[in-house]
Design a protein around this ligand. Structure first.
Ligand SMILES: *Cc1c(COP(=O)(O)O)cnc(C)c1O
Length: 463
C-alpha cells in the first residue's frame, strides 16, 4: 500500500514514510492510494476475531511494509495498557448500543490510536537510529493521550500545546503530572485553534521541521485514522450478534472530523452501515457543512464538551479529497479559498453527495446536560458530555436501525458537566484521584510562534 497527499504533490510513500511524515510536505494530508475492499468472506472471517486480532488484520491491509510478527507485537503491546478484556466493549443501554472507547490509560478514545502510534514511532526510530520531536496541539484529550503514548519512550520527545484554562482540570492533570524527561507541556494564552495554527505554522517551516526532526501525533497523522477504523468493525460485529438487522448506524460526536472520518473509511471498505450521524456541540461548523454546504468559520465557543470546541477540523481535507473524487486541484483550490476567506460554500450537487455520507445536528450545552440526566434516570448509565452529544443526536435524527453511539470519554474526566446534570452522582475514580498529589511540570507561554519555536529548539534532541 502506497500513500499520497490530498494536494497531489506527494506520492508513492511507504506506510512507514507516511507515519513519519505526519502532515504531507505539500501542506496536504496523507491518504492511502487505494482503499482495500473487504469481501463477504473476509467480513465473515473477521466477525469472530477478538479486538487484537481484528486490529492486526485491518492494520495489516494498510501497513504492508511492516513485518507480520512485528505488527502483531506492536498491537499486543499497545492494547495491553487497556483495562478491559474487550478493549472497546459494546454495551446495550436503553435503546442504543454504547461503544465504550474509554478503557485506555487516559480514559478517552484517543488512547486507541495513540497507544499504537507511540509504539510504532519508537519501533521505527530504533530501527532507523533516528530521533523524533513530536509537536501537537490539544483541546485536552489528544494531549494527554499522546503523552501517555510516548512517555518514557526511546528517541522521542513530545511538546504539547494546550489553551491555558480551557481544558478540564482532569485533562490538565493528566498532562502536567507526567514529568518524564521527554515530555514538555506548554500552556498558551489563547484558544485551541490558536494552538493548532501555531503547530501548523511550525510544520510549514520545512527547514525547522527537518533540523529538529519534527513529527506530529495530532489527528493529521494517518495512523490515528487507521487505528480508529478497527472499532467500527468491532462494534458492528458485536451488534450483529444481537440483532437480525443487516445495517447499523453510528453516531459520532466530532470536532476534528477524525473519528468520524475513520468510520467513513470503514464504510468505504465495505462495512454495512447507514450514513453516519455527525454530532457537534455549539461549535457547529461541521453540522452546518453537512446540512447546508456552509463550511465557514465562526468564533470558538467554550462548551461542556471541550474536546469538540474546534472550528477548523484538521481532518476535513481528507474527506474533501473523496468528495471531489480525488481531484487534488479542487482540494487545493478549496483549501486556498478557506485560508483566504475563512469559508467554503458547497453547491447543491455536492451537498447531495455529502448527504449520502452524513446526517448532522448540533447539540447545545443545555441539551447535553439534559441528555446526561435523562439517560441516567432511564438506564442508570452515566454518559460523558461528548458521548451525550452523540446520543442526543442519535435520538433526534437516527434511522430506525440499531444505533451505535461512540462513547469517547469516561464521565469521570468531565466531573464539572456531570455535576451540573446530576449532583453528586459521579463517584471519584481512583485512577484520577491518584493524580492530585503528584508533582506537575508545565511552561506557560504567549501564543507567539517565534517564542515557541525557540523553546522547542532549546529542548529537542537533533537527529
Ligand atoms: C477528541 C475528542 C472528540 C472529537 O474527536 P474528533 O476525532 O476530533 O472528531 C470527541 N470526544 C472526545 C472525548 C474527544 O477527546
Amino acid at each position: 500500500m502506497k500513500y499520497c497527499s490530498t494536494r497531489g504533490q506527494v506520492r508513492n510513500l511507504s506506510f512507514s514514510d507516511a507515519v513519519m511524515m505526519g502532515l504531507a510536505s505539500d501542506g496536504g494530508l496523507l491518504i492511502p492510494e487505494q482503499i482495500p475492499q473487504l469481501s463477504q468472506q473476509q467480513l465473515e472471517a473477521f466477525s469472530h476475531l477478538n479486538y487484537r486480532d481484528l486490529a492486526y488484520e485491518i492494520i495489516s491491509l494498510y501497513a504492508t511494509d511492516l513485518p507480520a510478527a512485528d505488527l502483531r507485537n506492536l498491537v499486543d503491546t499497545s492494547y495491553a495498557s487497556f483495562n478491559h478484556v474487550d478493549i472497546t466493549p459494546v454495551v446495550k443501554q436503553g435503546n442504543v448500543y454504547i461503544l465504550e472507547l474509554f478503557h485506555g490509560p487516559t480514559l478517552a478514545f484517543k488512547d486507541v490510536a495513540l497507544q499504537f502510534l507511540g509504539n510504532l514511532f519508537e519501533y521505527y526510530l530504533i530501527r532507523d537510529n533516528k530521533k523524533l520531536n513530536i509537536i501537537g496541539a490539544t483541546s485536552g484529550d489528544t494531549g494527554s493521550a499522546a503523552i501517555a503514548g510516548v512517555r518514557g519512550k526511546k528517541n522521542i520527545n513530545i511538546f504539547i500545546l494546550f489553551p491555558f484554562g480551557r481544558v478540564s482540570s482532569v485533562q490538565e492533570m493528566q498532562m502536567t503530572t507526567v514529568t518524564d524527561d521527554n515530555v514538555f507541556n506548554i500552556a498558551i494564552d489563547g484558544t485551541f485553534d490558536d494552538a493548532q495554527a501555531i503547530v501548523k505554522e511550525i510544520f510549514n517551516d520545512q527547514q525547522f521541521k527537518q533540523a529538529y526532526a519534527l513529527g506530529s501525533i495530532n489527528s493529521i497523522n494517518w495512523v490515528r485514522v487507521l487505528a480508529q477504523i478497527v472499532y467500527y468493525f468491532y462494534a458492528y460485529f458485536r451488534v450483529r450478534e444481537q440483532t437480525t438487522c443487516e445495517q447499523v448506524q453510528f453516531s459520532v460526536p466530532t470536532g476534528n472530523f477524525g473519528d468520524i472520518f475513520a468510520g467513513y473509511l470503514a464504510g468505504k471498505m465495505g462495512l454495512p452501515t447507514r450514513r453516519f450521524i455527525l454530532a457537534t456541540n455549539a461549535n457547529n461548523i461541521l453540522s452546518r457543512f453537512v446540512n447546508s454546504g456552509d463550511y465557514s468559520l465562526a468564533d470558538v465557543h467554550h462548551s461542556f464538551s471541550p474536546s469538540m470546541d474546534i472550528q477548523v477540523a484538521s481532518n476535513f481535507e481528507r474527506y474533501l479529497y473523496y468528495l471531489y473524487d480525488g481531484d487534488t486541484e479542487a482540494v487545493v483550490a478549496a483549501m486556498g479559498r478557506f485560508k483566504k476567506t475563512g469559508k467554503i460554500i458547497f453547491p447543491m450537487a455536492l451537498q447531495a453527495k455529502i448527504h449520502q455520507d452524513f446526517l448532522a445536528v448540533s447539540v447545545d450545552d443545555q441539551q447535553t446536560i439534559e441528555q446526561i440526566s435523562s439517560f441516567y434516570h432511564h438506564t442508570g448509565y452515566l454518559l460523558d458530555p461528548h458521548t451525550a452529544v452523540g446520543v442526543k443526536a442519535a435520538g433526534l435524527i437516527g434511522d430506525n436501525v440499531p444505533l451505535v453511539c461512540l462513547a469517547t470519554a469516561h464521565p469521570a474526566k468531565f466531573p464539572e458537566a456531570i455535576d451540573k446534570a446530576l449532583k453528586d452522582k459521579m463517584l471519584p475514580l481512583e485512577t484520577i484521584e491518584r493524580l492530585r498529589d503528584l508533582p506537575r511540570r508545565c511552561e506557560r507561554m504567549v501564543a507567539d510562534v517565534k517564542k515557541i519555536k525557540k523553546h522547542i529548539a532549546l529542548n529537542s534532541s537533533k537527529s
